[in-house]
Write a protein that binds this ligand. Structure first.
Ligand code: CP3
Length: 355
């Protein structure tokens, strides 16, 4: 069972808004192309094979943990991976490409129901391998794509600047859209529940593109489906993180979602985020990924600003506001991780060691 880690992990304590001795930090997309050791492996093995081979996925998951004092690991996989298990013909170039975009109700109904143990056993095996390899105080985050973000790729077929084809589909075929979102919501709750059973100690839903929607459309399509996924996971007992990119206009709607932690991008200061979400949510974020390109002093000033805006109340997990860029310097990441730990430990005189 996974219970003992809950008492020793600073990350899990922060998810539950308990006092912590320092602010925990991890980095979205922390395993990936900015790491030379990842590029070295990728020169020999394609991305899909990496994600489908548990020994390799576990190795890549652990790469950033060997370099940096990160407070959580995140499984190396992709939000699109489980869709292959539902019968979607998919490749990566490097962004996801769907051979036959879903544009009809018949195609949507023809998707296979996801049975994680049957359809994505390699993901669950990767989780077991990582759990066996990481220290107990560094929890493993399992994740899935938010229903609307998956919808964007499935309907468009390939990344579009503002996913115009998918957004038009919402309005031209609202019933088919709702059906696809419902099917994705149910598949992702089954997928995340299976990850928790395999040993994932937190679950994150990446809703990268829902910020493209106006608030009423966000609520009707994206939030409703995400809520369906998240509510079904309440019984797992592991903290749920709902990340919405570009959520500046959506914060009041997001506040009502059934999740312990809200992840936000860098466009809204965390003091404002906290005010608008209310006291019942922990927050995760939100340094601009571009700040990693600043001088060492300026990077520290920017990190200090994020910590100050998060304030002294418990329930802050430091992160970037979106994924780290492939051009980022690993040394800047090392500086950021150490600085966040040092600065927050000094600023938290009342913080006690975890019991
Ligand atoms: O370290 C981690 O965070 C775990 C690994 C991870 C990947 N993708 C690996 C990956 C995670 C959590 C994701 C999530 C993901 N994938 C999201 C949500 C987060 C976000 O960034 O908004 C989205 C939208 C995708 C879809 C996707 N997959 C894109 C747009 C791309 C290509 C461009 C890019 O950012 O790399 C991928 C491919 C992908 N997923 C790569 C990696 C390391 C690059 C593949 C390669 O090595 O060539």
């Amino acid at each position: 069972m996974t219970a003992p880690a809950a008492e020793t992990s600073v990350f899990l304590a922060a998810c539950r808004r308990r006092p912590v001795p320092y602010t925990p930090i991890w980095i979205m997309r922390q395993a990936g192309r900015y790491l030379p050791e990842y590029r070295q492996l990728r020169a020999k093995v394609d991305f899909e094979t990496l994600t489908r081979t548990p020994e390799l996925a576990a190795e890549v998951t652990l790469q950033p943990l060997k370099r940096f004092a990160l407070d959580a690991a995140i499984l190396f996989s992709d939000i699109m991976t489980p869709l292959q298990g539902m019968g979607v013909d998919l490749s990566f170039a490097p962004g996801p490409v769907v051979r036959e975009p879903l544009r009809t109700l018949a195609a949507i109904e023809a998707l296979r129901e996801l049975e994680p143990e049957r359809d994505v056993p390699f993901v669950l095996e990767s989780i077991r391998l990582v759990r066996a390899a990481v220290p107990r105080d560094v929890p493993l985050i399992g994740f899935a794509g938010g229903p609307f973000t998956l919808f964007c790729y499935l309907v468009c077929g390939r990344p579009e600047k503002e996913f115009e084809t998918a957004r038009a589909f919402l309005y031209s075929q609202p019933q088919a859209s709702l059906r696809l979102l419902e099917r994705l919501a149910d598949a992702m709750s089954a997928y995340l529940a299976a990850q928790a059973s395999a040993g994932a100690q937190a679950l994150m839903l990446f809703e990268s593109w829902a910020g493209l929607l106006a608030p009423p459309a966000f609520e009707r399509f994206a939030l409703h489906a995400a809520q369906r996924t998240l509510a079904a996971l309440r019984g797992t007992g592991v903290p749920r993180i709902y990340y919405v990119n570009q959520a500046g206009a959506l914060m009041e709607a997001v506040a009502g979602v059934d999740a312990e932690v809200i992840g936000v991008d860098w466009r809204v200061p965390l003091d404002q985020v906290r005010r608008r979400l209310g006291p019942d949510k922990a927050v995760q974020g939100n340094l601009d990924p571009a700040a990693l390109f600043a001088s060492a002093d300026e990077l520290e000033r920017q990190a200090a600003r994020v910590l100050a805006e998060a304030g002294p109340a418990p329930g802050h997990i430091f992160n970037l506001g979106h994924g780290i860029w492939p051009q980022a310097d690993p040394q800047a990441v090392a500086r950021l991780v150490d600085y966040v730990h040092d600065r927050s430990a000094r600023a938290a005189p009342a913080a006690k060691a975890l019991s």
